[in-house]
Design a protein around this ligand. Structure first.
Ligand code: HEM
Length: 401
């Protein structure tokens, strides 16, 4: 039966539980093929879409070339309303071959060798932030002092933002991402784009060992336009910030809620930290409402007839809690094989920053557990979550030690 003919239509997105877990309704929806949902579509409008929830269907949908990510197509569903006139030269919302051409330009930025080269500077940033955090009066907000700031500083370093511009960069990123005040966010977005374009011009004159300098070489050779260069830098900033910030905070929160888990992860000099980080990503599944696609042709998806032009919402939290793949999915289990989780995406848009984000999250947790073995939460866990955002996360993380 076509999308329009579905008799049961649910309003999407769904709210998470009080404990910040993915919406329980997903457990029910996974028992059936993709269902019809009503999704927001710009100011005061809505439209129908298929919601994909089973692990196998989520993987298929993420990698199926018949589902387009290109938001320039007429009728493409959008979750994050970009400011007017902003060109989606970000390859996150483009299809191959355009997507592959732009993605390929920064592929070498995230190799093991490059990421290893960033380890020492990232550790220094962590140490500096935690030195300052330690001097704060207790209880203190670990999110404001640490998890919210570290990813911006790491990306500034990756892009090649000079140290003296760092306060500007941190502040503008905060305003762009916060979305509390859309006019201020738009103004900051324009300022940030102008800043990145100017930085690219400077790096063209005097290249250094950083991502923008290497992109500037491609720009100088005519391989990419300045708009495309700025779009890539902005994508790295946005894709790498919001996600890592919230995941670092939730990794800590998961331990502070559960003393025995805390003890296990802290034991043996943090030997289980890499396993914990991946399982924590699966459990929280922060990319809750971010992934939308549009069908380029008619085809069967998980047992329903998707028609050309239909919008499709791909639920990573639902796939990551599919009990046929992850037994007792609502528990954090350090013994399970969590390697197939979908929190890094799957297929052509698989997260490019995964090696960097992993390193950042593991170093953060290792250093925190070593320096603050008596870290405790100074609020009810349910009071720290942010609600109704595209990425799940926290607004604050009050702690004492
Ligand atoms: C815990 C942290 C992170 C999580 C959970 C995460 C998650 C994701 C997911 C789910 C996607 C796929 C989106 C889609 O299919 O539409 C993605 C794409 C991407 N991520 Fe990440 N990410 C994280 C950190 C980072 C970092 C640190 C960077 C860079 C510094 C980064 C750069 C990117 C880029 C460039 C893409 C687009 C890839 C493409 O379209 O080909 N991410 N990420």
């Amino acid at each position: 039966m076509s999308l329009d003919a579905q008799t049961r239509v649910l309003d999407w997105p769904f709210a998470r539980t009080e404990e910040g877990e993915p919406p329980l309704i997903l457990d029910e929806l996974r028992k059936a093929p993709p269902c019809a949902v009503r999704i927001p579509a710009g100011a005061a409008e809505s439209r129908l879409a298929w919601l994909v929830t089973r692990y196998a269907d989520v993987r298929q949908a993420l990698s199926d070339p018949r589902l387009s990510a290109d938001e320039r197509l007429p009728g493409a569903p959008v979750r994050i309303q970009l400011p007017p006139g902003s060109n989606p030269s970000s390859f996150l919302r483009l299809d191959d071959p355009e997507h592959a051409r732009l993605r390929g330009l920064i592929q070498t930025e995230f190799t093991m060798r490059r990421v290893r080269g960033l380890k020492e500077p990232v550790q220094r940033l962590i140490d500096d932030l935690l030195d300052r955090f330690e001097d704060l009066e207790k209880p203190a907000d670990l999110h404001a002092a640490f998890s919210q700031t570290l990813p911006t500083l790491v990306i500034a370093r990756l892009l090649g933002v000079p140290d003296e511009d760092s306060p500007f960069f941190v502040e503008k990123t905060r305003v762009v991402i916060s979305q509390e005040d859309p006019a201020a966010a738009y103004a900051a977005y324009v300022e940030m784009s102008g800043y990145l374009a100017e930085l690219a011009r400077r790096k063209t004159q005097r290249p250094e060992d950083d991502l923008i300098s290497r992109l500037a070489v491609h720009h100088a050779s005519g391989a990419i336009t300045l708009d495309e260069l700025v779009g890539i830098a902005r994508l790295v900033l946005v894709a790498g910030h919001e996600t890592t910030t919230n995941q670092i905070a939730l990794n800590v929160l998961g331990l502070l809620r559960d003393d025995s888990l805390f003890a296990k992860v802290a034991a043996d000099d943090g030997a289980l930290i890499p396993q914990y980080v991946e399982e924590s990503m699966r459990y929280w599944s922060i990319s809750q409402d971010a992934i939308l696609r549009q069908a380029l042709e008619d085809f069967d998806l998980g047992g329903v007839p998707v028609a050309k032009g239909d919008a499709v919402v791909i639920s990573i939290p639902a796939g990551n809690h599919d009990e046929s793949v992850f037994a007792c999915p609502h528990a954090i289990d350090l013994d399970r094989d969590t390697s197939g989780h979908l929190q890094w995406g799957y297929g052509p848009h698989y997260c490019q920053g995964a090696p960097l984000a992993r390193m950042e999250m593991e170093l953060s947790l290792r250093t925190l557990l070593r320096r603050f073995p008596a870290l405790r939460l100074a609020a009810e866990p349910s009071a720290v979550f942010r609600r109704g955002t595209v990425f799940h996360g926290v607004t604050r993380l009050p702690v004492t030690w």
